[in-house]
Design a binder for this molecule. Structure first.
Ligand SMILES: [Zn+2]
Length: 137
């Protein structure tokens, strides 16, 4: 049998992985959110500080307003991709055939989009340096 005791500790996440998993930009281990995104009743509840390195996630007051622009960009990207898909799959159908799937899908991805937007914004515009040994700080 393989010894997997230290396997989890040795894994170093890339910035991209940490972003995708909504982990702390400083230690890349602590989770930003308290619950998984599929908990639609509590998807937006965040940890104030990183549970591993104690980094304050809201870098400055109102920091998360910037994440709205990331969220907006994600929604527009979805709209364009879905619009083009509907155009080619249904051979340019009437407008309602575009509005319905785009509306339903953009509402359905809200929990995921909310979280990924905050994670991306914090990682790209938080200007926080990765410190692999910040666990003990
Ligand atoms: Zn951390």
């Amino acid at each position: 049998m393989e010894d997997t005791t230290n396997l989890k500790l040795d894994v170093k996440r890339s910035k991209f992985q940490a972003m995708g998993e909504a982990r702390c930009p400083q230690c890349r281990e602590g989770k930003m959110f308290k619950y998984p995104f599929w908990r639609v009743d509590k998807f937006s509840e965040m940890n104030k500080n990183c549970p591993v390195c104690d980094l304050k996630f809201e870098v400055e007051p109102g920091f998360w307003y910037g994440a709205m622009f990331v969220s907006y960009a994600n929604t527009v990207a979805l709209l364009v991709v879905l619009g083009v898909a509907v155009f080619y799959i249904f051979n340019d159908p009437p407008v309602m055939y575009y509005i319905l799937p785009i509306t339903v899908l953009s509402v359905a991805i809200v929990p995921f989009n909310f979280r990924i937007s905050r994670a991306v914004f914090l990682h790209l515009f938080g200007f926080i340096k990765y410190k692999p040994d910040s666990k003990n700080a």
